[in-house]
Each structure stands twice: as C-alpha cells, then as structure tokens.
Design a protein around this ligand. Structure first.
Ligand code: HEC
Length: 165
C-alpha cells in the first residue's frame, strides 16, 4: 500500500514537471516573465541614453579643453596671487568651482557680482552664514581685504571676455 502511494506521488510530480515544461510560458514565468522582458528592454534603452549623455559630456569636455589650450593656460585670465593662494584651491583658478570636469569643494564664484561676493564674505566672517571652512579662512582678513577679493572676483567675467579678444 505504501509503495502504491509513493508511486502515485512520484507519477504526479513527474507529470507536473512535464506539464510545466511543455507549458513553456509557465516555465518562463508566464505573464511575469513578459513583464521582466519589458523591464529588460527599458533598462537597455536607458543604457543607450546614458551612453549618449556621456558622449555629449565628453564632447563638451573636449570643447572646454580645446578652449583651455587656446587660452594657453588653465587660468585663462590673470588673477592676483592673493586669490591664487587663498581661494583658488577650493573655488578654482578662475572661480569656476570645477576642476578637470569635477566639482571642487567651493561653489562657482565666476559670474557673481562683487556686491554679492562681498556680502557673503562678510557674513561668513561674522558667522551669520555658517561655514567653518570659509569662516576660519576669513578670520585673518580685514574687511578691506574682503572688498578686494570681492572686487576681483566680480571682475572675472570681464577679464575672461578681455582674454578672448
Ligand atoms: C578650503 C576651501 C575654501 C577656500 C580656500 C575658500 N573657500 Fe570660499 N567656500 C568654500 C565652501 C565649501 C563654500 C560653500 C559654503 C556654503 O555655502 O555653505 C564657500 C563659499 C564661498 C562663497 C559664497 C558663494 C556662494 O555662491 O554661496 C564666497 C563668495 C567665497 N566662498 C569666496 C571665497 C574667497 C574670496 C576665498 C579666498 C579668500 C575663498 N572663498 C576660499 C570653500 C573655500
């Protein structure tokens, strides 16, 4: 009697396996399998998009590099030694806030007005605008120094423009 039960069970299991196998769709996950297939497609589409993005970025970088080469040096325009030694390491030699296509520690300053720069510097120094790095840096600078830096950075776009001619 036990043997018969085991035999029937085995037959049943084998039969189910055959049915599942022949079913194909069920074996591959049926409707779910299709969903996963669609998903797979959209992933590969995204991939192509990402690749074109990269290509565009690469092209842009190439263009930037070409511009830089044309300008002769990474600085592209003259900045004071004070800016170079005190600010350039975090904000970039030309205030772009970017180096080799990567964002630097400090944000972009290029293009901000001297009034805005000065206001920010005063606020950092006074501690009203919270930033340990900037505050520590500005502790030793007088308000006149801040004004000089602000004036200089405010001039960056004009300097870059003059350099192009
Ligand atoms: C050690 C890195 C470092 C150095 C050096 C540095 N900065 Fe900054 N700076 C920062 C960071 C980080 C911020 C962002 C602070 C924030 O917004 O909280 C910042 C913000 C600023 C801002 C505000 C910009 C904005 O868009 O909010 C100004 C203006 C500025 N810096 C000017 C200067 C000047 C001028 C010097 C040189 C005297 C200088 N920084 C040197 C790291 C630096």
């Amino acid at each position: 009697m036990k043997n018969i039960v085991v035999g029937l069970l085995t037959l049943g299991v084998v039969g189910l396996m055959v049915v599942t196998f022949m079913g194909g769709r069920a074996y591959h996950g049926g409707e779910h399998g299709k969903v996963i297939e669609d998903f797979g497609d959209s992933i590969s589409t995204n991939k192509t998009v990402a690749v074109t993005d990269k290509d565009d970025r690469q092209k842009e970088n190439d263009k930037l590099n070409a511009l830089r080469d044309k300008a002769g040096s990474a600085g592209a325009f003259q900045v004071s030694n004070a800016y170079k030694s005190k600010c350039a390491s975090c904000h970039g030699v030309n205030g772009s806030g970017v180096q080799n296509g990567k964002p630097m520690m400090g944000p972009k300053l290029f293009g901000q007005s001297s009034e805005k720069i000065f206001k920010n510097l005063v606020e950092f120094k006074a501690g009203r605008k919270e930033n340990i790095v900037m505050k520590g840096l500005l502790m030793s600078l007088s308000e006149e120094d801040l004004q000089l830096f602000a004036n200089e950075i405010g001039e960056f776009p004009a300097r870059a423009e003059a350099q192009k001619k």
